[in-house]
Design a binder for this molecule. Structure first.
Ligand code: 13P
Length: 260
């Protein structure tokens, strides 16, 4: 059985002090849900403080990006190599980075490989925009992003990679994709692409998350889908009660699914 994942992407929210305080409040609330891989992704500035607050617990800390060069003249960037020992995961290819920072498929691929070689688990975000969705290009776009991100990634490393399907039109809009849409894209496109690239066995081991306006009141429908292994959450991860509710729902639904 694939271990479910709930990852909170705090984006550009919370100062260092606020992040540390929030992490200390969140930890006792989610500590008991050991059947779920719980991840928080604060800003780079707050990584150390949050990692310190979570030390010794099962809660993992992720960076929101990771540059592929170990060091160099890349003003504003933080390398995967620098994150080693501080974070355990790194989000790469987030649509906000693709849109605002000119992130390309090629760079996402370099970042995935750099993360893996620095012992970080990449959480690779893929997803189509509204125009592509309305033009029924979702499978082409998402399948292409998956292939590009994983170019030259060894089969042996794939069980360490997490993928997240985040339709751009659902991020921060309150317009979440239906469970049916998420299941179809995750199963028939993302997992099917993995099966083509790595074989059915490996494709069944990789965790694939849904992201985009996930909230406690719409979470159960996603977790009831066998294909969907968890959620990458923005807004609702900034609130202790909401994030805890998401973790609790994942624990409950996935336990129910494994018994049925
Ligand atoms: P929202 O949950 O705020 O829609 O953000 C999703 C997201 O981008 C997570 O990476």
């Amino acid at each position: 059985m694939r271990v479910p994942v709930i990852a909170g992407n705090w984006k550009m929210h919370k100062s260092v002090a606020e992040s540390a305080t929030f992490a200390r409040e969140l930890l006792p609330s989610i500590a008991a849900y050991e059947s779920v891989e719980r991840i928080v992704a604060p800003t780079f500035l707050a990584l150390t403080a949050v990692a310190e607050a979570m030390r010794g617990s099962g809660v993992r800390v992720s960076a929101q990006d990771a540059h592929f060069e170990p060091q160099g003249a890349y003003t504003s960037q933080v390398s995967a190599a620098m994150l080693k020992g501080i974070a355990s995961h790194a989000i790469v290819g987030h649509s906000e980075c693709r849109a605002w920072l000119g992130e390309t498929d090629e760079r996402v691929n370099l970042k995935v490989k750099a993360a893996l070689s620095s012992d970080l688990t990449p959480i690779v975000a893929v997803g189509e925009n509204l125009q592509q969705y309305e033009a029924s290009e979702t499978f082409d776009v998402v399948g292409g992003q998956v292939r590009a991100a994983l170019q030259d990634v060894e089969a042996a490393d794939m069980c360490r990679v997490i993928l997240a399907y985040e339709p751009v039109w659902a991020i921060g809009t309150g317009r979440n994709a239906s469970a049916e849409i998420a299941r179809n894209v995750i199963g028939d496109c993302v997992r099917a692409t993995l099966a083509e690239l790595y074989g059915a066995g490996i494709s069944q081991q990789v965790r694939i998350l849904y992201g985009g306006s996930v909230k406690p009141d719409n979470m159960s429908q996603y977790m009831a889908e066998q294909e969907i292994d968890g959620a990458l959450v923005g807004g609702a991860s900034l609130d202790v009660e909401d994030f805890t509710a998401l973790v609790a729902i994942a624990a409950r639904e996935k336990a129910a699914g494994s018994n049925s």
